[in-house]
Ligand binder design. Structure first.
Ligand SMILES: Nc1nc2c(c(=O)[nH]1)N=C([C@H](O)[C@H](O)COP(=O)(O)OP(=O)(O)OP(=O)(O)O)CN2
Length: 143
């Protein structure tokens, strides 16, 4: 008799959201010259904006009653309440406590969003964030 039981399949679901925000990349421990050299136009003292595309990936097993890993409507509502309402049309450096002392690079923004959403989801669900800062520049966390 085969005593091995098939593992429940794990499925990834994705929710895409969008927000606009301004930021400035700057290291306060460096000179103005070094900041300008390292960050280039992203160091503009008057800030600049991006149209961020956010893809939230949630992976888990399927609830046999709903057929869902997670209700994507609920996931969309969570992202709106906790992420996009918080960051959309904000100056990340000046208007948000998360980036008051943290350089708002795409990497750091992704980690902040991950941490916010991780607290909203069941521990049985895995979470991954993909954040597009431009059409060609994007980051993922965790890897
Ligand atoms: N590792 C990182 N590198 C860069 C980041 C970042 O957050 N992490 N951010 C920037 C800029 O803020 C921004 O992404 C602009 O970069 P740029 O390459 O100029 O943008 P585009 O893709 O629109 O333009 P291209 O013409 O394709 O270069 C830079 N680096």
């Amino acid at each position: 008799m085969n005593t091995l039981r098939a593992e429940a399949p794990r499925v990834a679901v994705f929710r895409k959201e969008h927000f606009n925000a301004a930021h400035r990349l700057n290291n306060p421990n460096w000179s103005d010259e070094k900041n300008a050299r390292v960050y280039g136009k992203c160091n503009n003292p008057h800030f600049h904006g991006h149209n961020y595309d956010l893809i939230v990936q949630v992976t888990g097993t399927i609830d046999p009653e709903t057929g869902y890993v997670i209700d994507m409507k609920h996931l969309g509502d969570l992202i709106k309440e906790h992420v996009t309402d918080r960051f959309d049309h904000k100056n990340l450096n000046l208007d948000t406590e998360e980036f008051a002392d943290l350089n708002p690079s795409a990497e750091n923004i992704a980690i902040v969003i991950y941490t916010i959403l991780r607290n909203q989801l069941s521990e049985s669900l895995d979470l991954k964030i993909r954040l597009y800062e431009t059409e060609r520049n994007f980051v993922e966390y965790p890897v």
